[in-house]
Design a binder for this molecule. Structure first.
Ligand code: ADP
Ligand code: MG
Length: 705
């Protein structure tokens, strides 16, 4: 019987009502779907413990022994029953709060106790353990690893608890063994990767014969899951590689002038990345590349040189940033760089390259000529915010689009860019925060990746210190000392979007306190609620050195560049995520002086917060921090995927733990697609069919692109 067409309703222990709930809650329609509901844990029922071996609250244990005495404490609803259980050598307390009157304990009976120990008053006890007289213990109860399944409230109401799922699944085992499911991976692949065949894997993932079989089964199912996600992503990528792209073979005057005018030599990593980009641009295929590099690794100049390659080939380029402050900053930086290159050419008075800015605060009056110049091709590079993708903004010949700080742009917004020319322009996505490898391979798996893994020479690593706020005096002394040495200081307050009023209040209070503490210094303040003009003015005062302290919300998180500012103070650091902290820290350490980052928190910290602070203090390496972030928070919560969400849901594999399997699965998928991009060959039909099936049945699969 083919379990994929066997309606779950007609399986033993299900019926119409439960089938309905299984469909609604888990999307389970067929018997095969049921088999793809994997246990989230196993309890080893073949192992028997002694009381003295208990050393963990979270592990189920079973113990053979008997009860020596019991008594009830209290009366009525608050009553509890306490019993003493012994394995012959040691004793442990058993406690019941509910159903006491149904409990029939016997003194001279051997029991099998099963339960999860909890800790109370520095001692272990069992609350509501299962007690089964040994005479009634069936052999299969203590045979091996017992699977446990996730359930929902709705399922529980219909009696579909973990045990019920286990029973339904157990009933399917004979059908499975009679050949009820078709293999989903090619035989070559299974052999080459030493994978467990599907039938065996499904049997062992639910009812493992032993620990090793369980591991092998889980590995096989993880591989299958990651492999098909990679197949889908890579197929998309291959298809897109068929897209013709604007051909940009020339490395011309604009590029060379800029390159030669740079006051520093590019790092080897910057050079390598530029070569990768250039080879895309001249290939005749549309570029889709992700540029990763830690804060301060010098992505801006790479972006500009890339834009100049487009200009040299007669195309326009745009650079899109997520905030106005950042767009402004890019514009200022790039104008300055372009100015250097124009000057170096002596004979030219007119700039080689026309670069303009377009943001939300560009007035209608300013827009009219801007739009005109874009349409007639006078503008070569347009820098801006979301305003760039508005419909009225028409280019003469847009050939390249650079998106900075990718994670704030949705996929849909990126797609709007495609419509700006007859062919999709080349796309270079730059991320401010390094992305853990496993995420890069999945969420961004359809982009080619370039990494700047080297910082410009001479950077002194930022010194990071963690203080609790009771050390305020020390902190203030440090601020005074640094400013008196001629440095400048950022003080950043967190921003929680749900309550902007309160945040501003925090910021305002912080500002007032600083003004009182440091009457001798000038202080500027910026936050997201300010008008762009005022923000600019305040930033400018700080950048020019007129003010010594800049108080800000996270608006300064991205991109701001004031080399003389060498101290970053982060208030309420416990309220920031790791990548945000790392970004903020990246604002300092840009000049010649030793820089400092002070993380200020309250005294009492949760375990996770303490870990976050420890990691920040321990390393400046953005990739390590990104990995730690993934470990601490899980992929769903990571900045960058938060808004868009992972385009798929993983049932069994984890982007946190299964990086190695992911690697192998991606390579395997790549090899198959390289040899047969359309999966037309006979032995690859199996993959094509499975992909079609997944696209039709799995929610969100269509969106992997
Ligand atoms: P990010 O990658 O964070 O965007 P930026 O592009 O803002 O980094 O660069 C940080 C600083 O490093 C800038 O002041 C820039 O001028 C400088 N810089 C970039 N590349 C080099 C280099 N090869 N050598 C020296 N300084 C560099
Ligand atoms: Mg940057």
């Amino acid at each position: 019987m083919d379990l994929s067409i066997q309606n779950i309703e007609f399986c033993k222990g299900v019926g119409a009502k439960r089938a309905d709930i299984l469909r609604k809650e888990l999307g389970v329609k067929s018997a095969l779907d049921m088999l793809y509901q994997f246990p989230y844990k196993y309890i080893d029922r073949s192992r028997f413990y002694f009381i003295h071996e208990i050393d963990d609250e979270d592990t189920y244990v079973q113990i053979i022994g008997h009860i020596t005495e019991w008594h009830t404490i209290g009366t009525g609803a608050g009553a509890r029953l306490s019993a003493t259980f012994t394995d012959g050598r040691h004793t442990i307390e058993l406690v019941w709060f509910k159903g006491i009157k149904y409990l029939k304990l016997e003194r001279n009976t051997q029991y099998l106790l099963f339960g999860k120990p909890s800790r109370f008053n520095h001692q272990y006890n069992f609350v509501h353990p299962e007690l089964t007289p040994m005479a009634k213990v069936k052999p299969e109860m203590t045979k091996g690893l017992e699977p446990y399944y996730n359930t929902t409230e709705g399922m529980k109401r219909a009696g579909l608890n973990s045990k019920a799922i286990r029973n339904i699944t157990a009933e399917l085992m004979p059908l499975l063994r009679q050949g009820g499911v078709r293999e989903t991976l090619g035989i070559d692949l299974i052999e080459q990767q030493h994978l467990m065949p599907l039938t065996e894997a499904l049997a062992n993932i639910h009812f493992p014969t032993d620990q090793i079989a369980m591991q092998k089964a889980r590995e096989r199912m993880k591989f299958e899951e990651l492999f098909y996600i990679q197949m889908q992503i890579l197929r998309q990528m291959k298809r897109r590689e068929q897209n013709e792209g604007f051909r940009m073979p020339i490395v011309g005057k604009a590029f060379h002038a800029q390159y030669n005018a740079l006051p520093y030599a590019l790092t080897n990593a910057q050079k390598r990345v530029l070569r990768e980009i250039q080879s895309d641009l001249k290939s005749g295929k549309q570029m889709n590349r992700l540029l990763q590099g830690d804060v301060g690794s010098g992505k801006t100049i790479v972006a500009l040189l890339t834009a100049l390659l487009a200009v040299d080939n007669g195309y326009q380029a745009c650079i899109m940033a997520p905030t106005e402050i950042l767009a402004n900053q890019h514009y200022e930086t790039i104008l300055q760089l372009l100015h250097q290159s124009t000057q170096s050419l002596h004979d030219t008075t007119r700039p080689l390259v026309n670069c303009q800015l377009l943001t939300g605060s560009t007035t209608t009056k300013q827009r009219i000529p801007l739009h005109e110049q874009l349409r007639n091709g006078e503008i070569d590079i347009l820098i801006g915010t979301h305003a760039l993708i508005e419909k009225e903004v028409q280019f003469a010949n847009l050939g390249l689009c650079i998106i900075d700080e990718q994670h704030r742009f949705g996929v849909a917004q990126r797609a709007k860019l495609w419509e700006k020319n007859i062919r999709p322009p080349h796309v270079l996505v730059m991320t401010a925060t390094p992305i853990p490898r496993t995420l890069a391979m999945t969420v961004y798996g359809d982009l080619h990746v370039s990494i700047i893994d080297e910082l410009p020479p001479g950077r002194k690593p930022v010194h990071t210190l963690h203080y609790n706020i009771e050390r305020r005096t020390t902190i203030n002394q440090f601020i005074t000392q640094q400013i008196d040495m001629g440095r400048q200081v950022y003080v950043v307050f967190p921003l929680i979007k749900e309550n902007e009023k309160l945040d501003l209040q925090d910021l305002q209070n912080g500002y007032n306190t600083l003004c009182q503490t440091f009457p001798q210094y000038k202080i500027s303040m910026v936050h997201g609620q300010m008008r762009a003009k005022d923000k600019d003015e305040q930033m400018q005062r700080f950048a020019s050195g007129e003010t010594q302290i800049l108080v800000a919300t996270t608006v300064i998180e991205v991109g701001v560049n004031v080399p003389n500012a060498s101290v970053m103070i982060i208030e309420n650091a416990e309220r920031f995520g790791l990548s945000q902290l790392h970004q903020l820290r990246g604002r300092v350490g840009r000049g010649a002086d030793q820089s400092y980052c002070l993380l200020l928190t309250k005294l009492e910290l949760s375990k996770d917060t303490r870990k976050r602070m420890d990691i920040m203090v321990a390393t400046n390496d953005g990739f390590r921090i990104a990995e730690a972030d993934l470990q601490l928070r899980g992929p769903g919560d990571l900045e960058g995927t938060q808004q868009s969400g992972l385009p798929f849901e993983l049932r069994i594999a984890s982007l946190t733990h299964d990086g190695q399997i992911l690697d192998v699965a991606r390579q395997a998928a790549m090899a198959i697609l390289d040899a047969d991009p359309l999966l037309d060959e006979m032995h690859n039909r199996i993959y094509k069919q499975r992909l079609d099936h997944l696209r039709q049945t799995v929610v969100n699969w269509g969106e992997i692109s």
